[in-house]
Every structure is written in structure tokens, then in C-alpha cells.
Ligand binder design. Structure first.
Ligand code: ADP
Ligand code: MG
Length: 289
């Protein structure tokens, strides 16, 4: 019980009612990426996947990275997660260099990758158990998160009995179970139908208001990026570079209703112009090579 009440007090801290202001980032950024380059050896020689990418993410900020398929979005995210080594440049998360995967960095992929033989509760409790929490404490953590993602009725269900959207909610809860300071999401709604995706976006925004994590979310869907983000980074076709940074100063809480707001449409037009010009450049380049 003592352990559980200990957990509850940290949960309260983590579930503050609102996010710190993005602009209040005179503090050290949560993520600092400086001159990141990644070269892969392929059977056609060396291929530059990511070319001198630099960006910072403030503590509590929600940044979306958009770019065409193959431009290096996953590679950038995996490198921040410590999954892609070696690389050139420097990446600091919460001030320390990345290397091996860290429990303070959570990751959600396009596929939920749940343990099929574990119930929803035990999937979510897995991380805390690995970090040395007792079974009782890990279950308490899982149950809080299950309530947060709205799946109380499914706590004992197995992944294959859940819809794709539900499974992805479990994957998000599982990533949050270690109370990560940084949450990296790689096209987490990419495999879902449009309706489920919209619901999941609203869910994530609600969740985001209750957790203190800094979020970097990769997508190729510009609408999704603008609805979710404080800032959108637009990447070029390979080799991946950051072409433009667009601040999304739309009020929160947001909902899909903003999709027809004039300010939203103006932002989207700006982004689309950059994307269209880049698409044309990449097309002409591939045509002439
Ligand atoms: P995105 O996520 O934007 O679709 P990726 O980061 O997956 O793009 O890939 C960027 C480029 O790097 C692609 O051309 C991809 O084929 C290549 N790539 C990714 N991982 C590897 C790897 N392990 N070995 C060789 N090439 C890779
Ligand atoms: Mg990818």
C-alpha cells in the first residue's frame, strides 16, 4: 500500500491539469538535435538518409515532423530513441546524450506491437515491472492508464480481441507507463481508418493535457500535424533535411472543428506550398538522375 500511495503521488505530479507554456522555454530544451547526419551502407553504396538536421524541442512542447515517405522521419525518431547507431552530430535528451534505449524516452510505432499472450493490463504493467516495480504497483499504474484511455471494460482482454484503434491506445498507455519525459510517436495512427484516426487524435490531445511529456510525433498527414502540434517541422525528400518550421498558434483545446477555421486554412496553405515545391524538386531530380 505504501508503494501504491507513493506511485499515486508521482501520478498526481505527472498528470498536471495543463501543459507548461511552450514559450516558457528559457530552460534547457527537452530535446536538442544538432547537425544530425545518418548514412546507411546499401548495396548501391553509401546513402545519406538524414543530412545535418538540427532542431530543439522545448519541455512540454508538441512537435510534429511531416515529410514524404522515405525522407528519414523514422530514422530521426529512432536515433533520438537511441535505436539507430552510429550517427554524426549530437542529440541531447533532457541534457544527456542518447545511446541505449532509456526508460525516460517512450516510443509508439505505427503497429502496436503488443504481447499477444498478455492481457491489456499486463501489457501496460510490463514496463514498470521491468523497472523493478512490484506486481501490485505495476497493476495500479496500468489501471490508472487504462481508465485514462477509456478501456476499463477491456483490462483483462487480449490484444487480438481489440480493434486496431483500441490496440494503439494500449500501445500509447504502455509507453506512458514508465512516465517518460519524452514521448516519440512514429505515425501511430497511420494504419487506422480516417474516422478512428480523428477520434485517436482527440484522445491524444486530451491525454496530452494530463501528462507532462514532451511529444515528437511523425506523420505524413499535414492536417494531422496542424491539428496536434505546437510546431510543425517539414522535411524534404531524401536526403532528409528540415525545410521549414511552422508555428501553429491555434487556440487549445482543439478539435476537428478547426479544420475549417480561416487561420487553420492559411497555415495549411503555407505548409502545402512548401510541400508542393519540394515534391516538384524531388520529382524533377529523380527524372534527371
Ligand atoms: P520515413 O520514415 O520518412 O518514411 P525512413 O527513416 O524509414 O523514412 O528511411 C529513410 C531512408 O533510409 C529510406 O530511403 C530508407 O530506405 C533508408 N533506410 C532506413 N533504414 C535503413 C537501414 N537500416 N539500412 C539501409 N537503408 C535504410
Ligand atoms: Mg517511417
Amino acid at each position: 500500500m505504501a508503494l501504491m500511495s507513493g506511485y499515486r503521488s508521482t501520478t498526481k505530479l505527472a498528470l498536471a491539469s495543463s501543459q507548461p507554456s511552450v514559450k516558457a522555454a528559457s530552460k534547457q530544451p527537452a530535446i536538442q538535435v544538432s547537425n544530425l547526419s545518418i548514412v546507411f551502407d546499401t548495396n548501391r553504396g553509401q546513402m545519406i538518409a538524414v543530412d545535418r538536421v538540427s532542431f530543439d524541442v522545448a519541455a512540454g512542447e508538441f512537435v510534429c515532423i511531416v515529410g514524404p515517405s522515405g525522407c528519414g522521419k523514422s530514422t530521426v525518431l529512432n536515433t533520438i530513441a537511441g535505436l539507430e547507431l552510429p550517427f554524426e552530430g549530437e542529440i541531447l535528451v533532457e541534457g544527456s546524450p542518447v545511446g541505449n534505449p532509456r526508460p525516460d524516452i517512450g516510443m509508439v510505432f505505427q503497429q502496436p506491437h503488443l504481447f499477444p499472450w498478455k492481457s491489456v493490463r499486463r501489457n501496460i504493467a510490463h514496463g514498470p515491472r521491468m523497472l523493478g516495480r512490484s506486481a501490485k504497483e505495476a497493476c495500479a499504474i496500468a489501471d490508472d492508464l487504462i481508465a485514462m484511455i477509456g478501456l476499463k471494460r477491456f483490462a483483462d482482454a487480449y490484444p487480438n480481441t481489440l480493434s486496431g484503434g483500441m490496440q494503439q491506445r494500449v500501445a500509447i498507455a504502455r509507453a506512458l507507463a514508465n512516465e517518460p519525459r519524452v514521448l516519440l510517436m512514429d505515425e501511430p495512427f497511420g494504419a487506422l481508418d480516417a474516422q478512428t484516426r480523428a477520434v485517436m487524435q482527440d484522445n491524444l490531445l486530451e491525454l496530452r493535457d494530463r501528462i507532462k511529456a514532451t511529444i515528437v510525433f511523425v506523420t505524413h498527414d499535414i492536417d494531422e500535424a496542424i491539428v496536434l502540434a505546437d510546431r510543425v517541422l517539414i522535411m524534404s525528400a531524401g536526403p532528409g533535411r528540415i525545410l521549414r518550421e511552422v508555428a501553429v498558434n491555434l487556440p487549445r483545446p482543439r478539435s476537428s472543428a478547426i479544420l475549417i477555421e480561416p487561420t487553420y486554412l492559411a497555415l495549411k496553405r503555407d505548409c502545402l506550398e512548401v510541400i508542393r515545391a519540394e515534391g516538384l524538386r524531388a520529382f524533377n531530380q529523380s527524372d534527371s538522375s
